[in-house]
Write a protein that binds this ligand. Structure first.
Ligand SMILES: NC(=O)C1=CN([C@@H]2O[C@H](COP(=O)(O)OP(=O)(O)OC[C@H]3O[C@@H](n4cnc5c(N)ncnc54)[C@H](O)[C@@H]3O)[C@@H](O)[C@H]2O)C=CC1
Ligand SMILES: N[C@@H](CC=O)C(=O)O
Ligand code: NA
Length: 444
């Protein structure tokens, strides 16, 4: 009988890391700390051969300074590297570096949702051509396994909706505003300090980050190519303390939601031809009893609805160095195992080519605050405006102020197009001095 070979004595798989910031720093630290376990799990050792950084002189304790280079392009052009981890972020130079790595024969692990949502097709095609892996679990919802469940576990089912909280920074901010009465700027500064925010936090607070993740999840869930430009996006910069207080009075909480839905095909079981997809990211009020309402801090949660499995919920840390590094390293071990077997994992599946529809047809409920003149007949004028546009009012609450009043209106379900036309018409009414806020109400 041949004795089993010691995996540690086999030739190593060579690894390069691009970027050594919040995520990259943790990836390198945990990769080195778990070297022996990774060797056993993969069946061959990993050898870290280079770390591309922007500034070489920076003190990085525990890492051999000889590994650092500021020339990422030369590093990824090496043909002796098996695995490249891209954690620089942004579009360029990340795209060129990933394409060079794939063309040089490496498999790639990335956390870069912005790039995947902007130009994933170019990367997937390049990986396919090279026969290499492109894995990106960390790109959506940090540590939560959601990419692989959609790409592999649920590939025998039909996913009809993916709904969730996909951005840790904005969830952290909204949670602090709700539970501690914190101000927006103060909560954002804390999120940056804790390593949750993107290099440019505009990506978080304006909803671009969640929209990128929604595009990636929709592409996987609906076997189509959905890009960031297909996603209706609204951020949280216009959510006020008054909105949060108003939500509380209704027994609700404000969350930045991502909602990706497959339309009904018209047949009794929901299937049928011409099914389309809608993808949107916006703040919404949800009842405090809803499972997503209890998702606090930088945690994320994703509901998946599918035809045969029913409803599934994924929950966990959505941002931060170590949680994100956990997802990156899970991918690293997986693509390394594929290399050892001379195989590659599943590529892109976009055969369904679903059409993505605009926000106008989306149906939901709305919460509106209006500053109105406190005069006889104002309620009738406003109710008439809603009725004219086919939007039915569920509740009206009036808070008097000197000379004018604040009306809080919750509608029944209406299309976004009908609601937008109503708001435009309300703004033109003499009795309405301001439409103070408009927010969707979801989850009922
Ligand atoms: N921080 C988080 O919680 C999460 C981050 N991500 C993603 O992970 C990636 C990295 O994010 P962070 O580590 O938070 O960002 P970061 O800004 O902390 O780190 C990026 C690092 O890349 C370096 N860099 C920039 N240009 C470079 C170049 N040309 N060559 C070499 N290094 C370069 C920067 O100096 C910085 O140290 C991004 O794609 C981000 O969207 C994904 C999930 C969670
Ligand atoms: N900035 C992102 C980081 C993880 O993707 C977030 O806040 O969720
Ligand atoms: Na993930």
């Amino acid at each position: 009988m041949t004795p089993p070979s010691d995996p540690g004595s086999l030739p190593p798989l060579r690894v390069a890391v691009l970027g050594c910031g919040t995520v990259g720093g943790e990836v390198v630290r945990l990769l080195l700390a778990q070297a022996d376990d990774f060797t056993a799990r993969i069946g061959r050792p990993l050898e870290l051969v280079g770390i591309a950084v922007r500034r070489a002189g920076k003190e990085r304790p525990g890492i051999d300074p000889a590994l650092f280079t500021t020339d990422a392009q030369t590093l990824v052009s090496r043909t002796d590297i098996d695995l490249v981890i891209e954690v620089i972020g942004g579009i360029e130079p990340a795209r060129t570096l990933i394409l060079t790595a794939l063309a040089s024969g490496a498999s790639v692990v990335t956390a870069n949702k912005a790039l995947l949502a902007e130009d994933g097709a170019t990367l997937y095609d390049a990986a396919e051509r090279a026969g290499a892996d492109l894995y990106y679990e960390a790109a959506v919802a940090g540590a939560i396994p959601i990419v692989r469940p959609l790409r592999e576990s649920l590939v025998g089912d039909e996913v009809t909706a993916v709904i969730g909280i996909l951005n840790g920074t904005t969830n952290f901010i909204l949670d602090k505003m709700d539970t501690e009465g914190a101000g927006f700027a103060e909560a954002l500064a804390d999120a940056q300090e804790l390593g949750y925010a993107e290099a440019d936090p505009t990506a978080d607070v304006e909803g671009f980050d969640a929209a990128a993740k929604a595009a990636i999840l929709s592409s996987l869930a609906f076997h189509s190519r959905v890009g960031i430009g297909d996603v209706h996006r609204e951020g949280i910069t216009e959510v006020t303390a008054a909105d949060i207080a108003s939500a509380r009075e209704m027994g609700c909480v404000v969350k930045l939601l991502a909602i990706c839905q497959l339309s009904d095909g018209g047949r009794p079981d929901g299937t049928g031809p011409g099914r389309t997809v809608s993808v949107r990211v916006h703040p919404a009020m949800i009842p405090r009893s809803h499972p997503l309402a209890g998702v606090g801090g930088a945690y994320n949660a994703v509901f998946v609805e599918s035809r045969f499995a029913g409803r599934l919920m994924f929950y966990g840390p959505g941002a931060g160095g170590s949680p994100t590094a956990s997802a990156v390293l899970g991918d690293l071990v997986t693509v390394a195992r594929n290399r050892v077997r001379g195989a590659s994992g599943p590529g892109e599946s976009s055969y369904a080519q679903r059409v993505v529809t605009g926000i106008g047809d989306v149906v939901t409920r709305y919460h509106l605050s209006l500053a109105v003149a406190d005069v006889a007949g104002v309620l009738a004028t406003i109710a008439h405006c809603f009725a004219e546009h086919g939007v039915s009012i569920q509740t009206v609450r009036q808070q008097g102020r000197e000379g004018d009043a604040q009306l809080v209106i919750v509608t029944h379900r209406a299309t976004d197009a009908a609601l937008s036309a109503t708001v435009d018409a309300l703004r033109r009414l003499d009795v309405v001095s301001e439409v103070t806020s408009v927010m969707r109400v979801e989850g009922e």
